[in-house]
Design a protein around this ligand. Structure first.
Ligand SMILES: [Zn+2]
Length: 105
């Protein structure tokens, strides 16, 4: 069975969406939990605790993005602190470069 070559890059795109989607949503989350104590009668400590829970999925999305394996060399594609994939940190494969179809058993 073969998988389409774009499937690899689609997975990277998906991981980027999670990473930056959760990060972008962080700002409304902070605003909402800042607004909540005055309008819903919960304590600020509880509101801050709930807002901090948002960090867990952000952390997991970050780990998953940076664990993305290079389709060429199999090592981590992104370097730590690299905000956007341009090329593999190890073999130099360009991000989004066309790939040959691969066999999947
Ligand atoms: Zn590589």
């Amino acid at each position: 069975m073969s998988s389409p070559p774009d499937a690899v890059w689609n997975e990277l795109r998906r991981r980027l969406w999670w990473e930056y989607g959760l990060l972008a949503a962080w700002f409304p989350v902070i605003f909402f939990f800042g607004w909540l104590p005055q309008h819903a009668g919960i304590s600020e400590v509880v509101a801050i605790g709930l807002a901090m829970l948002w960090i867990l999925p952000m952390f997991l999305a970050d780990r998953r993005l940076y664990a993305f394996p290079c389709p060429s060399c199999g090592r981590r594609f992104l370097r730590r602190g690299q905000a956007w994939p341009r090329s593999c940190a190890h073999c130099g494969l360009k991000a989004w470069a066309p790939l040959a179809p691969t066999s999947v058993e």
